[in-house]
Design a protein around this ligand. Structure first.
Ligand SMILES: Cc1cc2nc3c(=O)[nH]c(=O)nc-3n(C[C@H](O)[C@H](O)[C@H](O)COP(=O)(O)OP(=O)(O)OC[C@H]3O[C@@H](n4cnc5c(N)ncnc54)[C@H](O)[C@@H]3O)c2cc1C
Length: 395
């Protein structure tokens, strides 16, 4: 019997696999995707400084950052609202950091992690889709399809990092639909950017502009009806609508020549999904399988990477024959509780304050932004939460 089966080697499952690669444990990861492929389309991911530290500890940051243009440092984040006062600017230099965070393409990140897993000889089966999970008090069995061949694997613990918790029973995850859609794409520039990311709150939802290579990654949160129009419009009309939302904001100064074009437009619905329990018999959930958050605060992937790192630390501290036991799983739940729940609550609360069209909240919103900018201690606390995770708010 193996020690750990990792279902899903996306960014989170692959990170767990890397964190266990040098341990004296029998670990195998399965992924439904083909070798060299990445699940879903490409997307701009925001990695916090804390996630960089996780990758550095695992000795993989060099590989992630080495691919030309794969990682773009964020020197500052500028937060403002459309049609209201208040603005806050968070600067890396204020915190003596090389960058507040990094924008990395999903494919580039996945390719770097896959290459590192191969280099370290970690067990990873591609084209292997798990179809069923069954647990006894002593072990867990995963049924899967390796290509077309049905296979069965058993282990002391299954770590589910499949992004959707698809093997869980009905009702194991809660859903909250925000009634919003994210339109994403890549914005061409007329002049080089200065590494500033923007979050602009509008009545339909936040717009994020993320410096990525020599372009800006766009995440435009809006209603499903408007998203349909934004996807269908010609580029000139799309850019004019974006320009109108940006208004006379700091974006204009930071992107002097404006946007030259929009490419790779697509959309996806925005929901909060979270598992009611992150552990079950002989099974633990992590990454998006445990919680899929709205991208407003860029917390989702970073929280998932901390899930992976902390689970690995817990496993490395656990005697082999107690891996997956009730006590070991309870210890992991305690370890992740505060970070996880505060990450979900922070993102959901931010949406209550900022993802709202009511004019009545425009004033408190402006006040919150102004207070953040004027009160150094509050700003430091907020920035630390963005950099290292929201558990810093309660520790
Ligand atoms: C459409 C979309 C757009 C997003 N855009 C952004 C964004 O703009 N910015 C941002 O910061 N975050 C974004 N996110 C969130 C971000 O992508 C996630 O936080 C991150 O991908 C979570 O990583 P993960 O490894 O937990 O899951 P995933 O990235 O979903 O990886 C899951 C892995 O499991 C594998 N898998 C699935 N089912 C099985 C199975 N049955 N058996 C074996 N393997 C399986 C898949 O092939 C995949 O490799 C987006 C998410 C989605 C879905």
């Amino acid at each position: 019997m193996r020690d750990v089966l990792i279902v899903g080697a996306g960014p989170v499952g692959a990170t767990l696999s890397l964190a266990l690669a040098d341990a004296d444990l029998d670990v195998v990861a399965l992924d439904a995707r083909a070798a060299g492929a990445a699940a879903g389309g490409d997307r701009s991911l925001a990695l916090s400084h804390g996630s960089r530290l996780v990758f550095e500890r695992l000795g993989v940051w060099g590989a992630v950052a080495a691919a030309p243009g794969a990682v773009t440092p964020i020197q500052a984040v500028d937060v403002s609202q459309f049609g209201g006062f208040g603005r806050v600017r968070l600067e890396a230099a204020e915190h003596d950091l090389p960058a507040l965070g990094y924008i990395v393409g999903y494919r580039a990140l996945q390719a770097a992690l896959d290459a590192e897993l191969a280099r370290r000889g970690a067990g990873l089966r591609y084209d292997c889709a798990a179809t069923r999970i069954a647990a006894t008090p002593a072990y867990v069995t995963i049924e899967a399809r390796q290509g077309r061949e049905p296979i069965e694997l058993s282990a002391r613990l299954a770590a589910l990092a499949d992004g959707g918790g698809e093997l869980l029973p009905e009702g194991a995850r809660r859903h909250h639909d925000y009634g919003q859609v994210a339109v994403i794409g890549k914005l061409g520039l007329r002049a080089p950017h200065r590494g500033v990311a923007f979050e602009r709150f509008t009545p339909e939802g936040p717009i994020a502009l993320l410096p990525e290579g020599d372009r800006y990654g766009l995440v435009w949160t809006t209603t499903p009806e408007r998203a349909e129009a934004l996807l269908a419009w010609p580029a000139t009309e799309f850019l004019a609508a974006l320009d109108e939302r940006i208004g006379a904001s700091a974006v204009r100064d930071a992107i002097p020549g404006g946007f030259a074009g929009i490419a790779e437009r697509r959309s996806f619905p925005l929901r909060l999904e979270y598992a009611t329990r992150i552990v079950r018999d002989r099974c633990v959930l992590l990454g998006n399988a445990a919680q899929a958050l709205h991208p407003i605060a860029g917390q989702g992937l970073n929280l998932g990477l901390r899930d992976a790192y902390e689970l690995a630390q817990e496993l490395l501290d656990t005697p082999r024959d107690t891996i997956g036991s009730r006590d070991a799983l309870a210890a992991y739940t305690r370890r992740r509780q505060v970070d996880r729940l505060s990450g979900i609550a922070f993102t959901h609360g931010l949406l209550g304050l900022f993802g709202n069209a009511l004019p009545i909240v425009s004033w408190p919103r402006g006040l919150a932004l102004t207070m953040l900018d004027c009160l150094p201690a509050l700003k430091r606390t907020f920035t630390r939460a963005m950099l290292f995770g929201t558990r810093t708010l309660v520790s």
